[in-house]
Design a binder for this molecule. Structure first.
Ligand SMILES: Cc1cc2nc3c(=O)[nH]c(=O)nc-3n(C[C@H](O)[C@H](O)[C@H](O)COP(=O)(O)O)c2cc1C
Length: 194
């Protein structure tokens, strides 16, 4: 359990914050991998995929890295909002985080982050073939240029504006909903029926 019914809403929010902060640095934390949903281009159908939490900051901004040519980037450019789903199976807690998400590509932030991507991991963002492009053979996508650079590397940075917390607990599940004031950054929350 991460939360219980005797906690205040502020305490619950602090617990959520601490877990996300840990996941930003601990590669083994259950929140390290999360599902990131966008509105697809075209009719705006939902699109989801797993990503890796690369940082979680004191002001609640969080980031993942990606290939600037991937579909999610085009989707975010059209519709810069997302929903992220985190699940911790041992604590049996789910977080649903709605956020404004921006794409950083070939700018100061992405260049700064690129220098923290370990040498071999840079290959994940440097294939000569764009993600999603049809190929004749799987191995076609497994070769890289001799000199790898940041031209396709992008950072997706999300600013949460709403969070739903669900604690699974026998038959007595607990749920809370928080929203954030755009100007002050203050969170307000209430218990809701799970
Ligand atoms: C465990 C796991 C972690 C992943 N992490 C990332 C990631 O951090 N960034 C990323 O772009 N894709 C990541 N992927 C791949 C994406 O889920 C997705 O397949 C890919 O980015 C293409 O997505 P798109 O076509 O919707 O843009 C991960 C996949 C798995 C299974």
């Amino acid at each position: 359990m991460l939360i219980n019914s005797t906690q205040s809403r502020d305490d619950v929010l602090q617990s959520v914050y601490r877990e996300l902060k840990r996941a930003g640095t601990d590669t083994h934390h259950a929140f390290r991998f999360f599902t990131f949903a966008t509105a697809g281009s075209g009719h705006g159908d939902p699109r989801v995929r797993m990503v890796v939490l690369r940082s979680f900051e004191p002001d609640w901004h969080f980031e993942f890295y990606t290939d600037a040519r991937s579909a999610k980037i085009e989707e975010l450019r059209r519709h810069p909002v997302s929903e992220s789903l985190f699940w911790n199976p041992s604590r049996r807690v789910q977080l649903r985080v709605s956020a404004a998400s921006s794409v950083h590509h070939d700018d100061e932030l992405s260049n700064k982050r690129w220098h923290h991507v370990q040498c071999d991991n840079q290959k994940a963002y440097a294939s000569p073939i764009s993600p999603g492009q049809p190929i004749a053979d799987p191995s076609d996508a497994h070769s890289w240029p001799e000199h790898i650079d940041a031209r396709h590397f992008a950072v997706v940075r999300s600013r949460p504006y709403a969070i739903k917390v669900l604690q699974i607990s026998g038959l007595k599940h607990l749920a809370l909903e928080y929203s954030r004031d755009d100007v002050t950054g203050e969170w307000t929350g209430s218990w809701i029926a799970p």
